[in-house]
Design a protein around this ligand. Structure first.
Ligand SMILES: Nc1ncnc2c1ncn2[C@@H]1O[C@H](COP(=O)(O)OP(=O)(O)OP(=O)(O)O)[C@@H](O)[C@H]1O
Ligand SMILES: [Mg+2]
Length: 334
Protein backbone atom coordinates (compact mmCIF):
# COMPACT_ATOMS: atom_id res chain seq x y z
CA UNK A 1 0.00 0.00 0.00
CA UNK A 2 1.31 3.45 -0.85
CA UNK A 3 1.68 6.06 1.89
CA UNK A 4 -1.47 8.19 2.11
CA UNK A 5 -1.03 11.82 1.11
CA UNK A 6 -2.51 13.05 4.36
CA UNK A 7 -2.95 11.34 7.71
CA UNK A 8 -4.60 13.19 10.56
CA UNK A 9 -4.44 10.97 13.61
CA UNK A 10 -6.41 11.62 16.79
CA UNK A 11 -5.67 15.36 16.85
CA UNK A 12 -6.82 17.47 19.77
CA UNK A 13 -6.51 21.22 19.16
CA UNK A 14 -7.41 23.85 21.74
CA UNK A 15 -7.69 27.59 21.31
CA UNK A 16 -6.48 29.37 24.44
CA UNK A 17 -7.60 32.95 24.91
CA UNK A 18 -6.88 34.33 28.39
CA UNK A 19 -8.36 31.82 30.82
CA UNK A 20 -10.75 30.42 28.22
CA UNK A 21 -10.12 27.16 26.41
CA UNK A 22 -12.10 25.99 23.39
CA UNK A 23 -11.36 22.48 22.23
CA UNK A 24 -12.07 22.78 18.51
CA UNK A 25 -10.68 19.36 17.56
CA UNK A 26 -11.34 16.49 19.94
CA UNK A 27 -9.54 13.50 18.50
CA UNK A 28 -10.07 14.15 14.79
CA UNK A 29 -8.81 11.45 12.42
CA UNK A 30 -8.84 11.43 8.64
CA UNK A 31 -6.75 9.63 6.02
CA UNK A 32 -6.73 10.94 2.46
CA UNK A 33 -5.12 9.31 -0.57
CA UNK A 34 -3.70 11.06 -3.63
CA UNK A 35 -6.29 12.31 -6.09
CA UNK A 36 -9.28 11.92 -3.77
CA UNK A 37 -11.96 14.60 -3.52
CA UNK A 38 -13.29 14.82 0.02
CA UNK A 39 -16.12 17.04 1.26
CA UNK A 40 -16.01 17.86 4.97
CA UNK A 41 -19.40 18.87 6.29
CA UNK A 42 -20.91 19.66 9.68
CA UNK A 43 -22.72 22.41 11.53
CA UNK A 44 -21.11 25.73 12.29
CA UNK A 45 -18.51 25.30 15.02
CA UNK A 46 -17.91 21.58 14.35
CA UNK A 47 -14.23 22.26 13.63
CA UNK A 48 -13.99 22.23 9.81
CA UNK A 49 -11.92 25.41 9.44
CA UNK A 50 -9.70 24.42 12.36
CA UNK A 51 -9.00 21.10 10.62
CA UNK A 52 -8.20 22.86 7.34
CA UNK A 53 -5.89 25.42 8.96
CA UNK A 54 -4.20 22.70 11.00
CA UNK A 55 -2.94 21.08 7.79
CA UNK A 56 -1.06 24.26 6.86
CA UNK A 57 -0.16 24.87 10.52
CA UNK A 58 -1.95 28.16 10.10
CA UNK A 59 -3.75 28.21 13.46
CA UNK A 60 -3.13 31.05 15.95
CA UNK A 61 0.10 30.76 17.94
CA UNK A 62 -1.81 30.21 21.18
CA UNK A 63 -3.37 26.98 19.86
CA UNK A 64 -2.19 23.90 21.75
CA UNK A 65 -2.13 20.28 20.59
CA UNK A 66 -2.35 17.96 23.62
CA UNK A 67 -2.19 14.94 21.31
CA UNK A 68 -2.25 13.77 17.73
CA UNK A 69 -0.22 13.74 14.53
CA UNK A 70 -0.57 15.27 11.08
CA UNK A 71 1.47 13.58 8.36
CA UNK A 72 1.91 14.76 4.78
CA UNK A 73 3.46 11.91 2.79
CA UNK A 74 4.57 10.42 6.08
CA UNK A 75 6.30 13.62 7.26
CA UNK A 76 5.05 15.12 10.54
CA UNK A 77 3.80 18.66 9.86
CA UNK A 78 3.51 19.58 13.54
CA UNK A 79 7.25 18.97 14.00
CA UNK A 80 8.56 20.62 10.83
CA UNK A 81 11.03 23.46 11.25
CA UNK A 82 9.58 26.78 10.04
CA UNK A 83 11.71 27.05 6.88
CA UNK A 84 10.69 23.61 5.70
CA UNK A 85 7.07 24.34 6.60
CA UNK A 86 7.11 27.50 4.46
CA UNK A 87 8.42 25.39 1.57
CA UNK A 88 5.67 22.77 2.05
CA UNK A 89 3.01 25.48 2.15
CA UNK A 90 4.33 27.10 -1.01
CA UNK A 91 5.08 24.00 -3.07
CA UNK A 92 2.59 21.39 -1.96
CA UNK A 93 -0.44 23.01 -0.34
CA UNK A 94 -2.93 25.59 -1.54
CA UNK A 95 -5.84 27.28 0.19
CA UNK A 96 -8.96 28.86 -1.23
CA UNK A 97 -10.77 30.95 1.39
CA UNK A 98 -14.44 31.84 1.76
CA UNK A 99 -14.13 35.55 1.01
CA UNK A 100 -12.30 36.02 -2.29
CA UNK A 101 -12.27 39.81 -2.35
CA UNK A 102 -10.96 39.94 1.24
CA UNK A 103 -8.21 37.49 0.30
CA UNK A 104 -6.85 39.85 -2.38
CA UNK A 105 -4.79 42.92 -1.47
CA UNK A 106 -7.05 45.93 -2.18
CA UNK A 107 -4.08 48.19 -2.95
CA UNK A 108 -2.52 46.08 -5.72
CA UNK A 109 -3.68 45.44 -9.26
CA UNK A 110 -4.66 41.81 -10.02
CA UNK A 111 -1.67 41.41 -12.36
CA UNK A 112 0.82 42.51 -9.71
CA UNK A 113 -0.69 40.13 -7.14
CA UNK A 114 -0.54 37.23 -9.56
CA UNK A 115 3.09 37.98 -10.46
CA UNK A 116 4.03 38.19 -6.77
CA UNK A 117 2.29 34.90 -6.00
CA UNK A 118 3.96 33.19 -8.96
CA UNK A 119 7.42 34.71 -8.73
CA UNK A 120 9.32 31.45 -8.53
CA UNK A 121 7.41 29.86 -11.42
CA UNK A 122 7.39 30.54 -15.13
CA UNK A 123 3.57 30.73 -15.22
CA UNK A 124 2.08 33.47 -17.39
CA UNK A 125 -0.59 35.47 -15.47
CA UNK A 126 -2.73 36.10 -18.56
CA UNK A 127 -2.68 32.40 -19.48
CA UNK A 128 -3.69 31.50 -15.92
CA UNK A 129 -6.68 33.83 -16.05
CA UNK A 130 -7.58 32.39 -19.42
CA UNK A 131 -7.41 28.94 -17.78
CA UNK A 132 -10.15 29.96 -15.32
CA UNK A 133 -12.22 31.28 -18.24
CA UNK A 134 -11.79 34.98 -17.57
CA UNK A 135 -12.44 36.83 -20.80
CA UNK A 136 -10.01 39.60 -21.80
CA UNK A 137 -7.37 38.64 -19.20
CA UNK A 138 -5.01 41.50 -20.17
CA UNK A 139 -7.67 44.03 -19.14
CA UNK A 140 -8.47 42.19 -15.86
CA UNK A 141 -4.75 42.10 -14.93
CA UNK A 142 -4.81 45.92 -14.85
CA UNK A 143 -7.84 46.13 -12.51
CA UNK A 144 -7.93 46.47 -8.71
CA UNK A 145 -9.88 43.87 -6.65
CA UNK A 146 -12.80 46.26 -5.98
CA UNK A 147 -13.31 46.59 -9.74
CA UNK A 148 -14.14 42.91 -10.26
CA UNK A 149 -17.12 40.81 -9.16
CA UNK A 150 -16.99 38.27 -6.33
CA UNK A 151 -17.21 35.42 -8.85
CA UNK A 152 -14.31 36.79 -10.86
CA UNK A 153 -12.28 37.39 -7.69
CA UNK A 154 -12.80 33.76 -6.70
CA UNK A 155 -11.64 32.62 -10.16
CA UNK A 156 -8.48 34.71 -9.69
CA UNK A 157 -7.91 33.03 -6.31
CA UNK A 158 -8.50 29.59 -7.83
CA UNK A 159 -6.01 30.44 -10.61
CA UNK A 160 -3.42 31.51 -8.02
CA UNK A 161 -4.02 28.45 -5.84
CA UNK A 162 -3.73 26.01 -8.76
CA UNK A 163 -0.81 27.73 -10.55
CA UNK A 164 1.80 25.62 -8.76
CA UNK A 165 -0.18 22.40 -9.27
CA UNK A 166 -0.39 21.73 -5.53
CA UNK A 167 -0.63 18.21 -4.13
CA UNK A 168 -3.42 19.21 -1.76
CA UNK A 169 -5.98 21.98 -2.11
CA UNK A 170 -7.97 23.00 0.95
CA UNK A 171 -11.01 25.02 -0.02
CA UNK A 172 -12.88 26.50 2.97
CA UNK A 173 -16.42 27.30 1.80
CA UNK A 174 -15.00 28.88 -1.35
CA UNK A 175 -18.40 29.70 -2.79
CA UNK A 176 -20.38 30.75 0.28
CA UNK A 177 -20.30 34.43 -0.76
CA UNK A 178 -21.43 33.78 -4.36
CA UNK A 179 -24.86 33.40 -5.91
CA UNK A 180 -25.93 29.89 -6.86
CA UNK A 181 -25.17 30.05 -10.59
CA UNK A 182 -21.69 31.53 -10.13
CA UNK A 183 -21.12 29.07 -7.28
CA UNK A 184 -21.57 26.04 -9.51
CA UNK A 185 -19.31 27.55 -12.21
CA UNK A 186 -16.52 28.16 -9.69
CA UNK A 187 -16.89 24.63 -8.29
CA UNK A 188 -16.72 23.11 -11.76
CA UNK A 189 -13.57 25.09 -12.46
CA UNK A 190 -11.94 24.20 -9.18
CA UNK A 191 -12.65 20.47 -9.41
CA UNK A 192 -11.85 20.46 -13.16
CA UNK A 193 -8.39 21.97 -12.59
CA UNK A 194 -7.80 19.65 -9.64
CA UNK A 195 -8.58 16.60 -11.80
CA UNK A 196 -6.30 17.90 -14.56
CA UNK A 197 -3.35 18.42 -12.18
CA UNK A 198 -3.96 15.34 -10.00
CA UNK A 199 -4.57 17.63 -7.01
CA UNK A 200 -6.28 16.13 -3.98
CA UNK A 201 -9.14 18.32 -2.72
CA UNK A 202 -10.52 18.84 0.76
CA UNK A 203 -13.63 20.96 0.46
CA UNK A 204 -14.97 22.29 3.77
CA UNK A 205 -18.61 22.94 3.07
CA UNK A 206 -22.20 23.43 4.19
CA UNK A 207 -23.46 22.42 0.74
CA UNK A 208 -24.39 18.73 0.85
CA UNK A 209 -25.74 18.82 -2.72
CA UNK A 210 -22.51 20.37 -4.01
CA UNK A 211 -20.47 17.77 -2.15
CA UNK A 212 -22.66 15.04 -3.66
CA UNK A 213 -21.95 16.42 -7.16
CA UNK A 214 -18.22 17.01 -6.81
CA UNK A 215 -16.72 14.81 -4.08
CA UNK A 216 -16.37 11.05 -4.17
CA UNK A 217 -16.00 10.95 -0.40
CA UNK A 218 -17.69 12.79 2.44
CA UNK A 219 -16.50 13.20 6.04
CA UNK A 220 -19.06 14.41 8.57
CA UNK A 221 -17.75 16.43 11.53
CA UNK A 222 -19.39 16.86 14.89
CA UNK A 223 -17.84 18.20 18.09
CA UNK A 224 -14.32 18.28 16.63
CA UNK A 225 -14.30 14.68 15.38
CA UNK A 226 -15.10 13.00 12.09
CA UNK A 227 -18.10 10.91 13.02
CA UNK A 228 -18.83 9.31 9.65
CA UNK A 229 -16.59 8.97 6.60
CA UNK A 230 -17.25 7.07 3.40
CA UNK A 231 -18.38 7.21 -0.24
CA UNK A 232 -20.59 10.29 -0.65
CA UNK A 233 -23.60 8.68 -2.31
CA UNK A 234 -23.78 5.85 0.23
CA UNK A 235 -23.31 8.11 3.24
CA UNK A 236 -25.99 10.55 2.14
CA UNK A 237 -28.54 7.98 1.03
CA UNK A 238 -28.03 5.51 3.88
CA UNK A 239 -26.40 7.37 6.78
CA UNK A 240 -25.00 5.22 9.58
CA UNK A 241 -24.50 7.93 12.18
CA UNK A 242 -27.67 9.54 13.59
CA UNK A 243 -26.02 12.95 13.17
CA UNK A 244 -25.45 12.36 9.44
CA UNK A 245 -29.11 11.36 9.12
CA UNK A 246 -30.18 14.54 10.93
CA UNK A 247 -27.88 16.75 8.88
CA UNK A 248 -29.14 15.25 5.65
CA UNK A 249 -32.79 15.66 6.72
CA UNK A 250 -32.13 19.30 7.66
CA UNK A 251 -30.65 20.23 4.28
CA UNK A 252 -33.13 22.41 2.37
CA UNK A 253 -31.58 21.56 -1.01
CA UNK A 254 -32.07 17.84 -0.47
CA UNK A 255 -35.57 17.86 0.98
CA UNK A 256 -38.25 16.35 -1.23
CA UNK A 257 -40.93 18.79 -2.39
CA UNK A 258 -43.86 18.99 -0.03
CA UNK A 259 -42.06 17.40 2.91
CA UNK A 260 -41.40 19.22 6.13
CA UNK A 261 -37.82 20.25 6.69
CA UNK A 262 -36.52 18.75 9.90
CA UNK A 263 -34.26 20.71 12.18
CA UNK A 264 -31.75 19.25 14.59
CA UNK A 265 -33.02 19.96 18.08
CA UNK A 266 -30.54 21.39 20.58
CA UNK A 267 -27.26 23.12 19.94
CA UNK A 268 -23.79 21.83 19.06
CA UNK A 269 -21.38 21.48 21.97
CA UNK A 270 -18.54 23.86 22.77
CA UNK A 271 -15.95 21.55 24.32
CA UNK A 272 -13.25 22.46 26.80
CA UNK A 273 -11.88 19.08 27.92
CA UNK A 274 -12.35 15.29 27.62
CA UNK A 275 -16.01 14.32 27.76
CA UNK A 276 -16.88 10.86 29.08
CA UNK A 277 -19.48 9.88 26.45
CA UNK A 278 -20.69 10.70 22.96
CA UNK A 279 -21.01 14.47 22.57
CA UNK A 280 -23.95 14.04 20.16
CA UNK A 281 -25.76 11.98 22.84
CA UNK A 282 -27.85 14.85 24.26
CA UNK A 283 -29.33 15.51 20.78
CA UNK A 284 -29.47 11.91 19.57
CA UNK A 285 -32.77 10.04 19.14
CA UNK A 286 -30.95 6.69 19.47
CA UNK A 287 -28.93 7.48 22.61
CA UNK A 288 -28.74 4.92 25.41
CA UNK A 289 -27.00 4.85 28.78
CA UNK A 290 -23.62 3.80 27.35
CA UNK A 291 -23.68 6.86 25.05
CA UNK A 292 -23.50 9.08 28.16
CA UNK A 293 -20.62 7.17 29.72
CA UNK A 294 -18.46 5.70 26.94
CA UNK A 295 -16.71 7.62 24.22
CA UNK A 296 -17.41 6.04 20.81
CA UNK A 297 -14.35 4.82 18.95
CA UNK A 298 -14.14 4.34 15.22
CA UNK A 299 -15.61 1.19 13.71
CA UNK A 300 -16.21 -0.03 10.17
CA UNK A 301 -19.84 -0.42 9.20
CA UNK A 302 -21.14 -0.97 5.65
CA UNK A 303 -17.92 0.24 3.99
CA UNK A 304 -17.40 3.35 6.04
CA UNK A 305 -15.94 4.58 9.30
CA UNK A 306 -18.46 5.52 11.98
CA UNK A 307 -18.04 6.82 15.53
CA UNK A 308 -21.29 5.69 17.13
CA UNK A 309 -22.42 3.05 19.61
CA UNK A 310 -25.56 2.39 17.55
CA UNK A 311 -24.88 2.84 13.84
CA UNK A 312 -27.88 2.14 11.65
CA UNK A 313 -26.40 -0.86 9.81
CA UNK A 314 -24.76 -2.73 12.69
CA UNK A 315 -26.33 -6.02 13.78
CA UNK A 316 -28.61 -5.52 16.80
CA UNK A 317 -27.27 -6.43 20.21
CA UNK A 318 -24.96 -4.92 22.81
CA UNK A 319 -22.86 -2.18 21.28
CA UNK A 320 -24.52 -2.48 17.89
CA UNK A 321 -27.59 -1.67 15.87
CA UNK A 322 -29.93 1.23 16.11
CA UNK A 323 -31.99 1.29 19.26
CA UNK A 324 -35.67 1.67 18.59
CA UNK A 325 -37.96 3.53 20.94
CA UNK A 326 -38.78 1.19 23.83
CA UNK A 327 -42.33 -0.08 23.33
CA UNK A 328 -44.83 1.41 25.75
CA UNK A 329 -45.53 -0.78 28.75
CA UNK A 330 -49.16 -1.94 28.81
CA UNK A 331 -50.17 0.22 31.75
CA UNK A 332 -48.61 3.26 30.11
CA UNK A 333 -50.49 2.66 26.90
CA UNK A 334 -53.87 3.45 28.33
N1 LIG B 1 -9.39 31.83 16.83
C1 LIG B 1 -10.25 31.23 17.66
N2 LIG B 1 -10.21 31.46 19.00
C2 LIG B 1 -11.06 30.84 19.86
N3 LIG B 1 -12.01 29.94 19.46
C3 LIG B 1 -12.09 29.69 18.14
C4 LIG B 1 -11.24 30.31 17.17
N4 LIG B 1 -11.58 29.85 15.93
C5 LIG B 1 -12.60 28.98 16.12
N5 LIG B 1 -12.91 28.88 17.43
C6 LIG B 1 -13.92 27.98 18.03
O1 LIG B 1 -13.57 26.65 17.69
C7 LIG B 1 -14.73 25.87 17.36
C8 LIG B 1 -14.56 25.32 15.96
O2 LIG B 1 -14.58 26.42 15.05
P1 LIG B 1 -14.35 26.27 13.47
O3 LIG B 1 -14.24 27.66 12.94
O4 LIG B 1 -13.23 25.34 13.21
O5 LIG B 1 -15.73 25.60 13.00
P2 LIG B 1 -16.35 25.47 11.54
O6 LIG B 1 -16.88 24.09 11.44
O7 LIG B 1 -15.37 25.91 10.52
O8 LIG B 1 -17.58 26.48 11.59
P3 LIG B 1 -18.25 27.33 10.39
O9 LIG B 1 -19.12 26.35 9.65
O10 LIG B 1 -19.03 28.38 11.11
O11 LIG B 1 -17.15 27.90 9.54
C9 LIG B 1 -15.91 26.81 17.56
O12 LIG B 1 -16.43 26.58 18.86
C10 LIG B 1 -15.31 28.18 17.43
O13 LIG B 1 -16.06 29.14 18.14
MG1 LIG C 1 -15.38 27.40 9.06
Amino acid sequence: MTTPLLEIEDVVAEYRTGKRTVRALDGASLTVHRGETVGIVGESGSGKSTLGLLIGRLLPRATVFPRGRVLLDGESLLDLPTERLVGVRRERLAFVPQDPVGALDPTLRIGRQLRLALRTTDADPAALLDGVRIRDPERVLRLFPHQISGGMAQRVIVAMAMARKPDLLIADEPTAALDSQVREEVLRLLFGLAAEHGTTVLWLSHDLGGVARHCERIAVMYGGRIVEDGPTAQVLTAPQHPYTAALSAADPARAKDGTRLLTIAGTPPVLTEDEPGCVFGPRCPAATDDCATTRPESRQVEGRTVLCHHPAGAPPGPGGGPVSEPPLAKEDAR
